[in-house]
Design a protein around this ligand. Structure first.
Ligand code: HEC
Length: 96
């Protein structure tokens, strides 16, 4: 599992030179430093472990994760690739 996650991160780092996924699209709800509870409902995700964020975002994508407002996040992650998700998770983990 750990190897798979690391591999994904390396792939994301390579892809990032071409198109880094941007947290700007998330800042409106989660805050510029991911320090807010989005729409007053989400957990504060700043500093979340990469694996935890990746699991949550993939879960929103396939419908296996989330609370009452998961529909909001499904729309956010639908167009993200696995590499984009890994890249975003890395940036979120760096915010503390
Ligand atoms: C329109 C507002 C909005 C935007 C934009 C948005 N989110 Fe969210 N996010 C939410 C809400 C509301 C929740 C809680 C949903 C639920 O009930 O599970 C959430 C939950 C999350 C969670 C899980 C936290 C938890 O409470 O379990 C993560 C991780 C996350 N968002 C990351 C992102 C990322 C990364 C982006 C940008 C690609 C983003 N969000 C964009 C509103 C937003």
């Amino acid at each position: 599992m750990k190897k798979i996650v690391l591999g994904t991160i390396f792939a994301a780092a390579t892809a990032a030179t071409l198109s880094a996924a941007s947290l700007a699209a998330c800042a409106g709800c989660h805050g510029a430093k991911m320090e807010k509870a989005a729409l007053g409902k989400s957990q504060i995700i700043a500093g979340w472990d990469e694996a935890k964020t990746i699991a949550a975002l993939k879960g929103y994508k396939d419908g296996s994760y989330g609370g009452a407002m998961k529909g909001v996040m499904k729309g956010q992650v639908a167009r993200l690739s696995d590499a984009d998700i890994a890249d975003l998770a890395k940036q979120i983990a760096a915010m503390k």
